[in-house]
Design a protein. Structure first.
Length: 164
């Protein structure tokens, strides 16, 4: 089971403490959707899309369609529609970090990362499934992460140096 506090931790940078506190049912629903994912029955793309839709409609409702969010530092930002796809992908990491490291999950992640443009899937391949990857594949994963996504999304796990 995905820990509810991990869901909240993932969402706080995007939604701020106040909005996260006001949405306990949403946190529980995100936790439920992630925790009940089953290979063969469920589809990763559909799960991500459902999380994106859930977050969009919930934030829209809680902000009365203003999409104005107060962050931890007190600043206010207006969320953009594309933010919700990024939030959904960040939430998907909570599932991917719990995947067993085996060939079946490796193939699922590889397929999903190619179809869905998911940095969280790339991260899982790079960090958790690295023993299945060749040096060239790891280099390619680093290149895609750094070249396709903003630095704030990969800096904490990919670092800066080319030696990683």
């Amino acid at each position: 089971m995905i820990d509810l506090e991990r869901v909240a931790e993932t969402l706080r940078p995007w939604l701020g403490d106040e909005l996260v506190r006001r949405m306990p049912r949403v946190m529980t629903e995100v936790q439920r959707r992630l925790s009940t994912f089953t290979i063969g029955r469920d589809d990763l793309s559909q799960l991500s899309q459902s999380l994106e839709g859930l977050m969009y409609t919930s934030v829209r409702k809680e902000t009365e369609a203003a999409f104005l969010v107060t962050l931890a530092d007190g600043s206010q930002i207006r969320m953009e529609t594309e933010d919700f796809a990024v939030i959904a992908d960040e939430l998907m990491w909570l599932l991917f970090e719990r995947f067993p490291v085996d060939a079946r999950h490796l193939m699922l992640l590889r397929d999903y990362s190619m179809r869905a443009s998911s940095l969280s899937a790339i991260r899982a391949l790079y960090e958790r499934f690295r023993e299945y990857e060749t040096a060239d594949e790891l280099k390619a994963l680093r290149r895609v992460a750094r070249g396709s996504y903003p630095e704030y999304r990969w800096r904490s796990w990919l670092g800066y140096g080319s030696g990683q």
